[in-house]
Design a protein around this ligand. Structure first.
Ligand code: CA
Length: 358
């Protein structure tokens, strides 16, 4: 490079620097409120929103502040969608499948039984067209969505008695919300919806026979192992459930571009670090539970096979009557069918070998 070009280059750099600092001092102070669906006791999930807020603040040098409220503090945990849609709060952190009562298509944003694992969910969202499809869907709710964490595959939950075959599901009262509950109902289970704090007493006094929650790290804190010793796996209704940040579309459009970028980066970070946190915290929690006499049991094959068949029958029935579901399901299914072909090769072979070796 010639000397003249160097000087010109330096000058241009200095100018750009000046412009940037002028912009920084001009940048407005913005304060948002985030309604979380979750209690602080679910520190891994709730913590993702706090991490997002902290990062956004640091990136914008404190100009863009987001205050996080736990479920119930501003709005009930299951009304985060409505609160963001109506601009009661600017943003929220929730699990979209809480809203399948409004439209079953919300489930694609979290998990469908026998759907994606956490890696596939991320792949579909970021590179498989999933995020664009979901944002198109969320537009009619005045919302723009951002993947906001993943628990990884969940456990099937705590059962007072052993489940030896499909026949043992008949009349079984289990706390399991959402689509997983609907599928189990087709197999004879009587699904119950109970909030986190109500599950333990119901299980203890025998009002319910079983409950699912999340995985070892979260389940241990609620103490289910003290009253139900059989811990079943896998939680086939949640193979890689995603949490989501919602932002009111109008509020989003009013944000300076640099703040939008800060939010986007912080959300992506919260998305991947939640999974890492679970993957670090679940293994020691599982070991602690096993040391306390918990019996790890796989669901019987006939339960898995019947649930799988009912799940896809249900998706076809839903697609026949719900255009939004049908539209996303077609794309989701195509991605899933291809992804399985890949994951069952190197990933599955590697995991199967490593997991049985020392
Ligand atoms: Ca669960």
């Amino acid at each position: 490079m010639k000397r003249r070009d160097l000087i010109k280059g330096a000058g241009a750099g200095m100018l750009a620097g000046l412009t940037a600092s002028a912009r920084a001092s001009d940048s407005p102070s913005i304060r948002w409120r985030l309604a979380s669906s979750f209690p602080k006791s679910l520190d891994t999930i709730y913590g993702a929103a706090e991490r997002l807020a902290e990062r956004v603040s640091r990136i914008t040098e404190g100009k863009f502040q987001i205050r996080v409220f736990a479920g119930g503090e501003l709005v009930p945990g299951l009304q985060v969608l409505d609160a963001v849609e109506q601009s009661t709060v600017e943003c929220g952190h929730t699990a979209s499948y809480y809203y399948v009562g409004k439209n079953m298509a919300f489930a694609f944003d979290t998990a469908l039984p026998f759907g994606f694992n956490a890696r596939e969910q991320n792949a579909w969202m970021y590179y498989g067209g999933g995020l664009a499809l979901m944002r198109e869907f969320f537009k009619s709710y005045n919302i723009i969505s951002f993947p906001g964490g993943n628990t990884g595959a969940q456990m099937g939950g705590w059962f007072r008695n052993e489940i030896k075959s499909r026949a043992d599901l008949k009349g079984l009262k289990m706390r399991i919300p959402g689509i997983g509950g609907q599928i189990l109902a087709r197999l004879g289970v009587v699904p119950q919806t109970l909030a986190g704090g109500d599950i333990y007493p119901a299980l203890e006094r025998g009002a319910i026979d079983a409950t699912e929650w999340v995985g070892p790290y979260d389940d241990e804190k609620l103490g289910f192992h003290k009253v139900a010793k059989n811990y079943y796996y896998p939680g086939w209704w949640e193979g890689g459930p995603q949490l989501t940040f919602y932002v009111n579309l109008k509020k989003w459009q009013e944000l300076p571009a640099a703040y939008q970028a800060a939010f986007e980066v912080a959300a992506a970070e919260a998305n991947v670090t939640m999974l890492a946190e679970y993957d670090a915290k679940n293994p020691p929690a599982l070991m602690r539970l096993v040391r306390q006499g918990v019996k790890l049991r796989p669901f019987p094959q006939d339960v898995m096979t019947a649930a799988h068949a009912e799940a896809f029958k249900m998706y076809d029935e839903e697609a026949a009557k719900n255009p939004a579901f049908k539209h996303i399901y077609g794309e989701w299914k195509k991605f899933r069918d291809t992804s399985i072909q890949w994951f069952k090769v190197a990933e599955a072979a590697y995991a199967n070998f490593v997991n049985i070796s020392k």
